[in-house]
Design a protein around this ligand. Structure first.
Ligand code: MG
Length: 209
């Protein structure tokens, strides 16, 4: 039976947004996110990274380097909280008008957000129910991809001032429109919680700071 998933953007959601990461050691997790992923692991939610990574197309570095970054990401999640990602998908492609220069990766591709290729591939590979899944991202393209795919987009921003997630409730749909999902208590310190009796996801009634 198809299962729901939580799709997670990478930069600005799992690791700190610092632009293109040329040194593997410069990839640093957002504080608290490893524990959040661990909680989702413990609830049996399928956690899947989906990320646009145009560095190879721009000629900045190889896909091997992107893989090394993801190895470090997974190592940090495991070291900090015993957390893991169930699958990782990324798009190394970029069209020439958008800045692609490496001939191996310069092309228009359905995997690039806000196109739906990564989510469709993940659903096919892992028997996922996209209409009962969530996409957590920090950019409009993340939310557009979610909407293009039929899953719920949750736009979050990391607040350095308060060391907490802020959910953009102007874009994220209100609780009444959210589909049922298995327990999802917290993402970072964002107040997204599950009603265990209703098996539905709910947001804090007050705007998060
Ligand atoms: Mg991002």
């Amino acid at each position: 039976m198809p299962k729901p998933a939580v799709f997670l953007d990478r930069d600005g959601v799992l690791n700190q947004e610092v632009g293109y990461i040329f040194n593997v050691e410069d990839l640093q997790l957002i504080p608290g996110i490893a524990q959040a992923v661990r909680r989702m692991n413990d609830f049996g939610l399928f956690c899947c990274l989906v990320s646009n990574q145009s560095g190879p197309a721009r000629g900045y570095y190889s896909t091997r380097h992107v893989d090394a970054l993801h190895n470090r990401l997974c190592q940090l999640l495991a070291q900090e909280a015993g957390a893991h990602l169930d699958a990782l998908y990324y798009c190394p492609y970029l069209s020439q008008p958008e800045g692609g220069i490496d001939p191996d990766y310069t092309l228009w591709n359905t995997w690039r957000k806000p196109n739906t290729g990564m989510l469709v591939a993940a659903a096919w590979d892992h028997d996922l129910d996209l209409h009962h899944s969530f996409m957590v991202g920090d950019k409009a393209t993340d939310i557009d991809m979610a909407h293009n795919t039929g899953c719920v987009g949750i736009l979050v921003k990391w607040s350095l001032a308060t060391a907490s997630w802020v959910v953009d409730t102007s874009i994220t749909p209100p609780p009444t429109t959210l589909p049922p999902i298995f327990p999802l208590r917290l993402i970072g310190s964002c107040k997204i919680c599950i009603d265990d009796t209703q098996q539905s996801i709910q947001y804090s009634s007050t705007r998060m700071r």
